[in-house]
Design a protein around this ligand. Sequence first.
Ligand SMILES: [Zn+2]
Length: 303
Amino acid sequence: MSWKSWYPSWIHQMGDAVIEQAKSDYGGPKKDDLFPRDPEYRIVDVAGKGKGMIAKHRLARGQLIFSEAPLFLYNADIKPVGLAQFYRELPAPARAALLSLANSTLPSLLPASAPEAHLGRLIDVCDTNCFDISAVLEEEVLGIFLVGSRINHSCSPNTTRYFNGKRFEFRAVRTIEVGEEITITYIDAFRPCRERQAFLWKHWRFSCHCDACKLRGGKLVESDRRRMELKGLLRAWERHEAAGYFDRAMKLLEEEDYASGKAQYCTRLVKALQDKGDAEALQAWRPKLVEILTAERGPWSIE
Ligand SMILES: [Zn+2]
């Protein structure tokens, strides 16, 4: 069975769990998604993290590292029996790839040979590796992405992920050197270190040792303060003078060496200036906004 032919029948099996627009919008993962000919990355063992992704070539800011269609999308409240049925529909390579992903839940007490243990493993792997794409599709939707799931977390990531409605695109947001680990953030990173660590442990059972989490003393206090202010700027945006807020956010991000968070401030600035009808200011800001949005979300994101 070809990779193209199994996917539509498989998604059809999802019944109510299917996201309607997904049926027509994408055709599922292509063979090249999983076995690309000359990818920009390598999947390797990373000390203390299991598998991870490193750069095979030097990557420039804004460069597309890879893109990937979801293996499947599902609603968070889907019944386990539904997941098991979908799993059985997958061809053997996809089943093996899915079950080889990390599982951060506690070990099952069931013997590995028990049928329920197999189902438990499937559910745990999906829980551990799903990407929430609800914001893009405006429905509660989780997606499984076999290659993207290999990227480890950092609270100061060098890569962004953005679902363009059909595929997840992973882009470098700063120069990434050969052999350097490619990282994304799994969480809302604009919160204090202690909260980030607690959240990561609760959901994925690991402690983060990124550069931001390694800070101590006054530097850690400063970092936490900057991140909380960045979060506050996002929340309080509409009540204040937009351009001043944007400049402040860019300054804080530079000081924090946080390369991947600028686009969300761009979209707020654009909206604020549009609401004000300030076409002149929008034109003046345009080059900077275009550079940031293109680098973080791709050329297609510019209207
Ligand atoms: Zn961290």
